[in-house]
Design a binder for this molecule. Structure first.
Ligand code: PLP
Length: 435
């Protein structure tokens, strides 16, 4: 292998692969394990991106690999609609138990986060016989027509792709650092949630609303983390009007925030929950879990898909649950969160460029600003920081409407030494960008 391998594949990629699926780094990966990736030139990276939140249990976790191999030896695909298999059913049973709420639940599987959200909306509309869906500013739900319509940010997600799906209404979110109402927490008394009531007068009739869909922590939007009172208040308003609460846990699920589902932090019982990303340790799988009567509302054949809940993915997901819950990796997630919180808070004490540290567990972020008073986003600095980190062997991602938020999505199996090394690269990088 020579140092030209990465360049070679990048050139070939430019020639043959559409530019739409963007590349956040030029890395071409040959092998990945635990919390590291090695490229085609033998360069090793510490991975703080985890395949965008997909590798909570680590790259190629041995139990996940074994589960996939064992299943492949039996059969790869039958289609659940044609020949059922135990892993689909057992996984549904487990996810029903893990979702908050002391009421009967049912689950169905799909392939991607977007597909889970699509199905959640289908279920909500069918069950309520109402068309409208309320979504949030800064929200991200996917790239299919409905999920792109629910998504807030125009570029790159929506630009040029209209017309969008109808009956989507967007309201401000609890972004306290940049409060959309200009208020300050806690004296605001969570006015952003109450705002919904006035939207019901001027934007959409609540009796037309099937669901409110929210991310517990807005992922792509910048790891925006609402205060404790926000979701209980929102859930109360939803209940008052018979509107379902869908929590999109595609990025925040599978232990990412130190609890299995982030909704647990707010002590709410969503009517429907969507999960994907880390659920199956890197295999494509998403889940929609909800109240039994809602999930059973659509007629047989109305939901599903050829590949949905494929056996390799279901077995992988059962292994992931075992790793998180029985092998105590969820505990490590909490521990990681504490270490990161401490390091980031220290960093913020000495670096003016850090406007806010936020998140829960190891789903943590630094919002970079040019000036703490004006809060002008330091978008270029964030871009430069991720580039410097990459050069020094750390893959880390930015997010947020202005691209000025640095987020951590590292695998929980990361060793203390790797974590420390990664954080040191990040800290050195910060020093470099503020010079
Ligand atoms: C909260 C949330 N919902 C939905 C999606 C879409 O998932 P996918 O890319 O698997 O379609 C994402 C992806 O980042 C997400 O973060």
């Amino acid at each position: 292998m020579t140092s030209t391998n990465t360049q070679y594949y990048n050139k070939l990629r430019q020639e043959h692969v559409a530019q739409g699926p963007a590349n956040l780094t030029p890395a071409v990966i040959a092998k990945a394990s635990g919390a590291t990736m090695t490229d085609v030139d033998g360069k090793e990276f510490i991975d703080f991106a985890g395949g965008i939140g997909v590798n909570n249990v680590g790259h190629a976790h041995p139990k996940v690999v074994k589960a996939i191999k064992d299943q492949a030896d039996q059969f790869i695909h039958t289609c659940f609609h044609v020949g059922m298999y135990d892993s689909y059913i057992e996984l549904a049973q487990k996810l029903n138990t893990l979702a908050p709420g002391n009421f009967p639940k049912k689950t169905m599987f799909a392939n991607s986060g977007a597909e889970a959200v699509e199905n959640a909306v289908k279920v909500a509309r069918y069950a309520t016989k109402r068309p409208a869906v309320i979504a949030f500013e800064n929200g991200f739900h996917g790239r299919t027509l409905m999920t792109m319509s629910l998504t807030s940010k125009i570029k790159p997600y929506k630009y040029g792709f209209g017309p969008f799906a109808p009956e989507v209404y967007r309201v401000p979110y609890a972004y306290c650092y940049r409060c959309p109402l200009g208020c300050t927490y806690p004296s605001c008394d969570i006015a952003c949630a109450d705002l919904l009531e006035s939207y019901f007068i001027t934007h959409v009739d609540p009796e037309s609303c099937a669901a409110i869909i929210a991310e517990p922590i807005q992922g792509e939007g910048g790891f925006i983390t609402p205060p404790p009172e926000y979701f209980p208040k929102l859930a109360g308003i939803a209940k008052k009007y018979g509107i379902l609460l869908i929590m999109d846990e595609v990025q925040s699920g599978a232990g990412r925030t130190g609890k299995f589902l982030a909704s647990e932090h707010w002590d709410i019982e969503p009517d429907i929950i969507t999960q994907a990303k880390s659920l199956a340790g890197g295999m494509p799988l998403s889940a929609v879990t909800g109240r039994k009567e809602l999930m059973d509302a659509p007629h047989a054949g109305g939901l599903g898909g050829t590949y949905s809940g494929n056996p390799l993915s279901c077995k992988a997901a059962l292994a992931v649950l075992e790793i998180l819950l029985e092998d105590n990796l969820l505990e490590r997630s909490r521990q990681l969160g504490e270490i990161l919180q401490q390091r980031f808070t220290q960093l913020a004490d000495t670096h003016e460029i850090i406007g806010e540290v936020r998140g829960k567990g190891p789903m943590l972020a630094l919002e970079l600003v040019k000036d703490r008073k004006t809060k002008e986003p330091a978008s270029e600095a964030a871009k430069e920081l991720t580039r410097i980190c990459y050069e020094k062997g750390l893959v880390i991602l930015s997010c947020g409407n202005f691209g000025n938020v640095i987020r951590t999505l590292m695998p929980f199996v990361i060793t203390d030494e790797q974590l420390d090394r990664g954080l040191s690269i990040l800290e050195d990088g910060l020093q470099q960008v503020i010079k």
